[in-house]
Design a protein around this ligand. Structure first.
Ligand SMILES: Nc1ncnc2c1ncn2[C@@H]1O[C@H](COP(=O)(O)OP(=O)(O)OP(=O)(O)O)[C@@H](O)[C@H]1O
Length: 259
């Protein structure tokens, strides 16, 4: 479980995150919603070590992780997808999976010369793992495609695939649905659900598409003005007066009312 207590992140005098407290249960797919500028991405970035907090505390499984750099969190199994570098566009999808840092043993000159057999065995294992990931995500047919040729949604699937190469345990996904067509969004949603159910991944998902949130997330946490307004099922959140007010205030009422 991740516990966030009274977290603040200010930019000059502006309080992007303004005393947010929340819990992310292990094994959940937690949705994070809220009007534009609510502080969702900033909160993500602080938890994932991309930004230092102004104040507040974050713990994971009881251990304080406040302000730890991304690579340390990565080794604890917590990652924000863009922490894994963006795809190498001139490499194939399979090669991109095999390049994920931490997935392969370091290739020192010494090892290349004297430990060739081990390296070859590692390569084969890595290849098999990449193929297994592609199969799981139902994109085996894209194996030899250059990553640069993938659609936005296919790149999101590749990002998910990279988390599988390092067996991440807690994955932060920011706006997976942005610019992704409905069919591919369903494939991404199914992959998230299966990773959660079959492999025990915990997800925290920022998304404006309420259909998507409703289909995969429980609970849903709603933020506004840097604070947590409400938590519950999507139906409960939609019925919450404060939430409706927050969305009304930005003219986005239909987003939360729709679906
Ligand atoms: N580096 C920064 N410097 C100054 N202000 C920032 C910075 N990053 C974010 N902000 C401000 O903090 C507020 C919260 O931004 P944030 O991106 O966290 O919101 P959000 O809820 O993710 O919004 P959206 O749904 O539009 O992505 C915004 O008003 C934004 O302009």
């Amino acid at each position: 479980m991740i516990v966030v207590e009274n977290l603040h992140r200010h930019f000059g005098g502006f309080r992007a995150v303004d005393g947010a407290s929340l819990r992310i249960e292990t094994g959940s797919i937690t949705g994070l919603i809220g009007p534009n500028g609510a502080g969702k991405t900033t909160l993500f970035n602080v938890i994932a070590g991309v930004l230092k907090p102004t104040s507040g505390k974050v713990t994971m499984a009881g251990e304080e992780i406040t302000g730890l750099p991304p690579h340390e969190l990565f080794h604890k199994g917590l990652l924000r997808t863009f922490q894994i570098a963006h795809e190498f566009s001139s490499m194939t999808v399979r090669e991109n999976l095999m390049m994920v840092p931490g997935a392969q043993r370091g290739e020192t000159l010494w090892e290349t010369w004297f430990n060739r057999r081990q390296i070859e065995a590692d390569e084969r294992a890595l290849l098999a793992k990449a193929d297994e990931v592609l199969e799981f995500l139902t994109i085996s047919h894209l194996r030899d495609e250059k990553a640069g040729n993938l659609s936005g949604g296919q790149k999101k699937l590749l990002e998910l695939g990279r988390t599988m190469m390092v067996d991440a345990k807690i994955v932060f996904l920011d706006e997976v649905g942005a610019g992704v067509n409905r069919t591919l969004l369903n494939t991404i949603g199914d992959a998230i659900l299966r990773l959660n159910k079959e492999r025990g991944y915990t997800f925290v998902v920022i998304e404006h598409d309420m259909d998507f949130i409703g289909k995969i997330c429980d609970p849903v946490i709603c933020m506004a003005e840097g604070k947590v307004l409400a938590e519950g099922t999507l139906a409960e959140i939609k019925a919450n007066e404060q939430v409706i007010e927050a969305y009304l205030g930005t003219g986005l009422k239909n987003k939360v009312a729709a679906g």
